[in-house]
Ligand binder design. Structure first.
Ligand SMILES: [Fe+2]
Length: 316
């Protein structure tokens, strides 16, 4: 069974991959394109049937220099899947089909095999695995950010370059990380160009998967129209860290106490992890209500498919 799933999903997974998976950056070739689920036609059909609330169509703005390429949200409800695919190919939109790999049985079957293969190879059970599909334009960029769970990028079509940065505080302070885990949608981290000197850059080929250490900041520049799957899942390690960081965020917000993850003792972390579970349940951290403003509309008649509109709060 093991060799069966492994060879269905991966082409060249070696013992070396098994040793470094989750500990360092690694790439391996995969077979997702063979499923036929990521062609233009299949993706247009997917966009037609996927729930609107689980689709984001974004373009990039430049209002605050600390957060270059911040996303702006678009209204796509007048467009069918085919038009949205054309918009991604022609314009500057970036489409995130959230949980596409979970919602539809034909995609879920593939996601189960992907994680089944990883679990069998590494003997580490991932839990709560979710997978989205990213459909993006030649000039799309995913800004510098970090994910709060284990993330894997399964690149399928086109060319993109990913930059992955060290996990030290210099690249993401505890405070920035606490902001990520307490405010769901705001997961950008301040970035400046000189940080690139410490990054490792990878030009992903079609059919290549890349994974990195938990919480390593990264950013992506497309070099062509691209289709990728991103999967995320929790592990004991990520859940533990996020609970501790949640407690630290509450202590900072309520009492102005600054605590550092890297210098805390294990007993302190254990106590804070337990506290974090409870504090989360009782809603101890007051999250500012960030409204998702819709600032453009996808329109095949407009220049680059982007039509400016009067902004409104997303209600779809
Ligand atoms: Fe990411």
């Amino acid at each position: 069974m093991e060799s069966d799933l492994k060879s269905q999903i991966f082409q060249n997974w070696t013992d070396e991959h098994t040793n470094i998976f989750g500990k360092d950056i690694m790439t391996v070739r995969h077979n997702l394109a063979d499923t036929g689920l990521f062609t233009d036609e299949a993706l247009a059909d997917l966009l037609d049937k996927h729930p609107t609330q689980k689709v984001d169509v974004c373009t990039m703005g430049n209002a605050d220099p600390r957060f270059p390429n911040k996303f702006m949200t678009g209204d796509f409800r007048d467009c069918d899947g085919k038009t949205l695919m054309n918009a991604a190919k022609a314009g500057a939109v970036w489409i995130n089909v959230r949980e596409a790999m979970n919602v539809h049985p034909e995609y879920k079957k593939v996601l189960d095999k992907m994680y089944g293969a990883i679990e069998q190879i590494t003997s580490r059970p991932p839990f709560n695995a979710r997978g989205g599909i990213l459909i993006s334009s030649p000039i799309a960029k995913v800004p510098y950010h970090c994910d709060q769970t284990e993330t894997i990028l399964w690149h399928i079509r086109g060319k993109k370059r990913i930059y992955i940065y060290p996990t030290s505080e210099e690249f993401m302070s505890d405070e920035d990380y606490q902001n990520i885990i307490t405010q769901d949608r705001e997961d950008d981290v301040p970035y400046s160009k000189d940080m690139d000197a410490s990054a490792r850059a990878f030009d992903l080929a079609e059919g290549e998967m890349i994974s990195w250490r938990l919480n390593a900041p990264h950013r992506v520049d497309n070099q062509s129209f691209c289709v990728s799957v991103t999967t995320e899942y929790s592990t004991r390690e990520s859940a533990f860290k996020n609970s501790v960081m949640f407690t630290n965020a509450v202590l900072r917000q309520r009492f102005g106490v600054k605590s550092r993850w890297s210098s805390a003792s294990m007993p302190e972390k254990y106590t804070k992890s337990l506290a974090g579970h409870i504090l989360r349940k009782v809603g101890a951290y007051k999250t500012p209500i960030g409204e998702d403003m819709v600032t453009f509309k996808v329109d095949p008649q407009a220049d680059g498919y982007i039509a400016k509109i009067d902004p409104f709060v997303r209600n779809f």
